[in-house]
Design a protein around this ligand. Structure first.
Ligand SMILES: [Zn+2]
Length: 171
């Protein structure tokens, strides 16, 4: 059994596979409550013993994201940069009240100054809108994402770091 097969059997995914990607627009908040930064409620990073970093919290009512069947009002996208939590499957469940419960994660000691000295535990909370990425730009982003799998191009990861779209799977 491959890792992907194991993962799919253990955590049957609710697939959101939007073909349209979106840039985060910080200029104005629209009718949906998409939020960058801030804090989530629930489990902390077990390696660093601090809150997981919330990059984005998506308003599941926004039909552009195909998240309407998810029974929570917000889907937080969480990570921890300062340890190896994502060196294994990084899986969490968002419970009815919005609390996050970790299911699977990598173990490892916290890093010293990664990704840089005094990396914050959270970023300021800010409402954002989603702006559709033009098809031509999406093609460029997809090419960059494919290229990221080669060691020669790891330095360009940040080029596609602030968008939502492409492929994701949620449980
Ligand atoms: Zn951590």
């Amino acid at each position: 059994m491959t890792r992907a097969e194991y993962f799919a059997a253990k955590y049957p995914p609710v697939s959101a596979d939007p073909q349209q990607g979106y840039w985060l627009d910080f200029r104005v908040s629209a009718g949906f409550a998409h939020i960058v930064g801030g804090v989530h409620s629930g489990d902390e990073c077990p390696n660093c013993e601090k809150p997981l970093l919330r990059f984005l919290s998506l308003d599941t009512k926004d039909e552009r994201l195909f998240l309407r069947n998810i029974p929570v009002p917000h889907l937080p996208l969480l990570f921890c940069w300062t340890c190896e939590i994502a060196q294994n499957d990084f899986v969490y469940r968002v419970e009815q009240g919005g609390t996050v419960k970790l299911i699977d994660y990598g173990l490892g000691p916290p890093a010293g100054d990664f990704p840089y000295e005094d990396y914050p535990d959270q970023f300021p909370e800010h409402r954002v809108d989603l702006q559709a990425i033009p098809e031509r730009d999406q093609d460029i982003i997809r090419a960059v994402m494919r290229a990221m799998t080669t060691s020669e191009t790891r330095g360009i990861r940040s080029a596609a770091s602030h968008s939502y779209g492409s492929r994701c799977a949620m449980i």
